[in-house]
Design a protein around this ligand. Structure first.
Ligand code: I3P
Length: 255
């Protein structure tokens, strides 16, 4: 792959067989990190493919597991019909997840954060605004300015690579994540992962990735999410910089 995105995706090391199964081998993105801190952000304004919507209209498979997940979070979310059948279509569930998180509005959502002690937080459903994302970023980085700045520069570099990438221009990227990883030594990086629902668009069309989705457009809104993340990191950097200036000022006045 000669695409400008190459430095942002894990390296591919070929196929391996284990029994009946075939697996792809990928670069270990945590290699060299001690007690890594990790955040997974699912990108885009929707996490379902258009074909999922078509399936829901024609030969819908009903999912009771997704109904259960929905009811657990909000018993009033399913319609009377869905309550009666105790099941929802996958599209309905994914769309509900998108519209009740920051996916539909900010173009991404935080899926989970793992801190250095191994504890995992997955409940970021209440995050709807950029200010709440900034709070989460301050928590995730423990307000370490160097780490916030490293993430910010990496995302700016990614933004440039995406602009120049023939792959990105010609692929609808759905359900893909940006994986943020850092450790106490201030090594910090961001990687593009999860391409299971990334598909080429026909030769005749090219995607913009920064416009809202309309059915049939195949637009994913990936760049809407990236720009939200960059803005939020800028905000977090400003907050920490002000705090440091303030405490520096206090120290000076106290001495
Ligand atoms: C899951 C999440 C996954 C999706 C999975 C959902 O919901 O949306 O991305 O897998 O579908 O159950 P949640 O995070 O709320 O638990 P795909 O991305 O592969 O569609 P699945 O149960 O059909 O695997």
């Amino acid at each position: 792959m000669r695409d400008p995105l190459r430095p942002f995706v894990p390296q591919y090391h070929g196929m391996v067989s284990r029994g009946e199964q075939c697996y792809i081998r990928l670069e270990d993105l945590l290699s060299g990190l001690r007690r890594p801190v990790i955040m997974d952000c699912k990108m885009g304004v929707r996490t379902y493919q258009e074909e999922e919507l078509a399936k829901a209209r024609t030969k819908a498979t009903l999912r009771s597991d997704m109904y259960q997940k929905m009811v657990k979070t909000d018993p009033s979310a399913p319609s009377a019909e869905e309550h009666a059948q105790k099941a929802v279509t996958k599209w309905r569930y994914l769309q509900w997840r998108d519209t009740t998180s920051s996916t539909a509005t900010l173009g991404f959502r935080i899926e989970g954060i793992m801190m250095e002690d191994g504890s995992v937080q997955r409940d970021f459903r209440k995050i709807q605004t950029l200010a709440q994302v900034t709070e989460a970023l301050l928590f995730f980085t423990r307000s370490q300015l160097d780490i916030l700045k490293a993430y910010h520069s990496r995302l700016l570099a990614l933004s440039e690579a995406l602009t120049n990438s023939p792959f990105f221009r010609t692929h609808e990227v759905i359900g893909s994540s940006l994986l943020f990883v850092h450790d106490h030594s201030n090594k910090a990086s961001v990687w593009m992962i999860d391409f299971g629902k990334t598909t080429p668009v026909p030769d005749t069309s090219k995607l913009q990735h920064n416009v809202p989705w309309a059915e049939g457009s195949r637009e994913d809104g990936y760049l809407i999410g990236l720009s939200s993340l960059i803005s939020s990191l800028s905000q977090a950097i400003s907050v920490v910089s002000w705090q440091q200036e303030d405490s520096g000022g206090e120290n000076k006045s106290g001495t």
